[in-house]
Write a protein that binds this ligand. Structure first.
Ligand code: ZN
Ligand code: ZN
Length: 318
């Protein structure tokens, strides 16, 4: 499939203008991290937040709440914040690093802020669908999820250096059967509006899905939630984007934030025309390789003097 041209196929709008005034815009900007929650918003704060939103969305930086900007705010999108605060990026020191700035002897140079990175420290991750919908069979969802995971795995393998045990991708993925779904590291589910993770969905259109960063998201790590009020049927507007949305959300689950580049899979707004076989873009591949330059499980197991690899690694081989 030829790479989709940004803009040519357009973006999916919600049809109902959720953002129609400055008050709405402030709420929107707060939701996506451009304004601090509960902050008293001065004109200056608002203009600065608006400018940042325009810059990140690739719009002309008019500093005004103009028609184009409101239109952008009404596009269907991912629910993950565009601008992160401290708690989204800062976690405790990773295994093998005893204090801030401490280094482990390793084939990659860990800089002093490496403990801020959102990494998985296992090399093989299990995945499962914990709650499906009637719109598609669980099997069909799992096949699409597996295919999307394979794209991230392949991107890492393409950029990897040879490894003695022959496993060259920094991350591999193994499906778990339904009976073991709740043990999976990556758990996919369709959720209603309020679903007890502090990120209620908004009903049809608007936000389609969200996912949580590794390492800093506590018990939500590895959860990928799709808005259960959308029509995810294969022949419907939103249903057709399921594969693309999955590919995007997985980027967050593996540690990537949003990209400002409209052609990237990690751009937060949903393009129409990106259907079943959409591929990762060069920028996405490069960013995941930069995040996982090597197999971190080996690195940190060695650093702890523990040479026993995660047994799950052996199950799939590559
Ligand atoms: Zn996103
Ligand atoms: Zn959720």
């Amino acid at each position: 499939m030829a790479a989709p041209v940004p803009g040519a196929s357009g973006y999916v709008t919600s049809g109902n203008a959720n953002v129609a005034s400055r008050v709405d815009a402030e709420k929107y900007l707060e939701s996506y991290g451009y304004l601090k929650p509960g902050q008293k918003v001065t004109d200056r704060d608002f203009t600065e937040a608006l400018r940042m939103f325009q810059k990140k969305s690739g719009l002309p930086e008019s500093n005004e709440l103009d028609k184009e900007t409101m239109h952008q705010m009404n596009l269907i999108r991912c629910g993950v914040k565009d601008v992160e605060d401290e708690s989204d990026v800062r976690g405790p020191a990773p295994p093998g690093v005893t204090a801030i700035g401490a280094r482990v002897s390793s084939p990659i140079a860990l800089d002093d802020d490496s403990y801020l990175r959102r990494w998985w420290y296992q090399c093989n991750l299990t995945f499962a669908l914990t709650k499906g919908t009637h719109h598609r069979s669980d099997e069909e969802h799992m096949n699409m999820i597996e295919s999307a995971l394979k794209q991230w795995e392949d991107a890492l393998r393409e950029g990897a250096r040879p490894h003695p045990d022959g496993v060259t991708s920094a991350l591999t993925f193994t499906a778990l059967p339904p009976a073991e779904a709740h043990n999976a590291e990556l758990q996919f589910s369709f959720e209603p509006r309020e679903h007890r993770d502090g990120n209620a969905f908004d009903g049809p259109f608007g936000v389609l899905a969200h996912a949580f960063y590794p390492y800093v998201s506590g018990k939500l790590i590895g959860k990928i939630h799709f808005d259960g009020d959308e029509n995810w049927a294969p022949n419907k507007l939103i249903g057709r984007t399921f594969y693309y949305v999955t590919l995007h959300e997985l980027g967050h689950s593996l540690g990537l934030n949003h990209s400002d580049l409209p052609s990237s899979i990690m751009y937060p707004f949903v393009r129409s025309g990106l259907e079943s076989n959409v591929a990762l873009m060069e920028e996405d591949k490069q960013r995941i390789r930069d995040l996982y330059p090597t197999r971190l499980c080996d690195l940190f197991n060695n650093a702890r003097g523990n040479h026993q690899a995660d047994p799950r690694q052996r199950r799939r081989g590559r």
